[in-house]
Structure formats: C-alpha cells, structure tokens
Ligand binder design. Structure first.
Ligand SMILES: [Zn+2]
Length: 283
C-alpha cells in the first residue's frame, strides 16, 4: 500500500472530520455545494447537485465527464467543506482572466482563483517558504474555486504544473507547486503530465522587473516528450506578470517536433490555457 504523505492526512482530517472553518476556526465549515457561486453557468462540473442543473446543460451519460460529475456530487454531499460561508464570502474569487502573448496571434489566458492578498498571500508564503502544511486546506479551498475548463476531461487534457529546477528542489526540500497541482488534478479529474523540465538555475524570478524576468526565462524550459493530448492546462501557484506561464506556454507551443510555426498559426494544434491560485499585484 502506498503510504500517505503527512500533509495528505492533515487534508483528510480537515476535509472529513474537522467541522470548523479552516480560516477563522470559529464557525462551522460550509460544504462547497452550499457556498455562493457566481460562475455556475460557465462551468457544468462545479454545479452542486443534479437537480439544480438546467436541463439543457445536463451532461449526457456517454459524456466522459459525466462520471467525474457524479463522483464530484458524491464528494460534495459528504465533505464538510473547508471554510465557513463568512470567510468564503470575504474573499474575492475568480478575478477576470488576463492574457499574455505566446506566439504571433496566440494569447494565453490566465485564470486565477483569487488575488494574492490576505488571507491567501499569508497562506501561500507560509506554505512555500516554511512548509506550513496547516495552510494547505485554505489553498485547497482556493483551488476548488477554479472551474474546470469547458470541454476538458481526462481523455483530452493534461495539467502541466510549473516545473522547478533540481537545484531549487534540493535547496527547498519540497516542491509546493507539485503538491498544489496534485490537488487541482483531483479536483478536475484531469491527469498531470510531466513532460517539461526546467533548466534555469541562475536567478530566482523574485524582485526582477518584467523585462529582466522575460530574458531570464528565455530557454528556461525544455520539452522532454511530446504532449499526449491537445489541451494543455498550465498551472502555477502565483501569477504576477504571467511571465513564467508565458515562457512555459511558448516552450510547449514551439518545441514540439511535430509543430511548426505555420501549424500554430493555421491549425491551432494545441490549445493552451493557464491557471494559478493567486494573481499577484504588479506594482
Ligand atoms: Zn470562517
């Protein structure tokens, strides 16, 4: 049997046994299905119960996402939820997506779960820099606000988590983005794909200007295998200028042996979109 990592046990307890809100620790947590959601129509997979789905939007039984939906509805019923509705409503969810160019005429749209400000900012910092696993339930709650991209399911899409360098992994001892991306994979029921390697071991992106970030990111990623599907869902923890996701997207589009620039412009062979937990302030 595969042993659970310690953080998984903590998440399991928060999700199934702890009835308190993981942020205020005062109120009872509210099931995700009962929290206010203002993006219902844009995302079938996040709908809480079959009864509330308008008939025209109900997935057909032969739709591969049908069983994923069923499983999600089951989870919604039995999960206690991770935040109370007060704390949930105090956070601005799903800011408007922003775009970065990844090829001539091709933009990458970046959707974040929320802004990089209290309480997510503190949680992400504690988790990333101090391995504070008690912040993981709040981050998981944020990840669950990301609607699964329309039309994407486990047969036609993969999640490409922002890779880290080996040097950084050794120095830090853990890879926060891979832990978060595993949770996103579970939430969307879409597999992770690890076909990109990060090779820059020079300068950290922190504290650099946009121009410096972009030049630093040139040649930072290398494709080690061809993507298995056409829909690639890029994921990072924080997107500020979107420069890292932009460089990763550019590598995916241009490095694949079978894709030439004319393919990209005419056929849009690959469809890329990007997601992050929080949108950082650029100032
Ligand atoms: Zn609360």
């Amino acid at each position: 049997m595969r042993l659970l990592a310690p953080y998984q046990t903590g998440l399991w307890l928060a999700e199934y046994l702890d009835i308190r809100c993981q942020l205020c620790r005062v109120y009872r947590s509210t099931p995700q299905s009962q929290l206010s959601q203002n993006y219902l129509l844009s995302n079938i997979s996040s709908l809480p119960t079959a009864d509330s789905i308008p008939h025209s939007l109900k997935p057909l039984p032969n739709d591969p996402s049908f069983f994923a939906n069923l499983r999600q509805q089951f989870n919604h019923r039995f999960n206690s939820g991770l935040l109370c509705s007060h704390c949930h409503d105090s956070i601005a969810w799903l800011p408007k997506p922003f775009n970065v160019d990844i090829a001539a005429g091709t933009v990458l749209s970046i959707q974040t779960a929320t802004y990089y400000e209290y309480p997510l900012r503190q949680a992400i910092r504690a988790f990333k820099h101090h391995e504070d696993m008690t912040k993981l339930p709040l981050l998981l709650h944020a990840i669950r606000q990301l609607p699964r991209p329309h039309g994407c399911h486990h047969d036609n899409s993969v999640i490409v988590a922002m890779p880290t360098t080996e040097q950084r992994l050794v120095k830090r001892g853990f890879d926060p983005v891979s832990i978060l991306s595993a949770q996103l994979s579970k939430h969307w029921q879409i597999p992770l794909w690890h076909g990109v390697k990060r090779i820059d071991d020079t300068v950290s992106q922190q504290g650099l200007t946009r121009a410096e970030r972009l030049s630093n990111l040139d040649n930072a990623f290398v494709l080690i295998e061809k993507p298995p599907v056409k829909r690639l869902l890029l994921f990072d923890d924080v997107a500020t200028t979107g420069a890292s996701l932009q460089a990763l997207g550019r590598t995916l589009l241009t490095s694949s042996e079978t894709v030439t620039m004319s393919d990209i412009q005419t056929n849009h062979k690959y469809h890329l979109s990007a997601y992050a937990v929080a949108h950082g302030n650029q100032s």
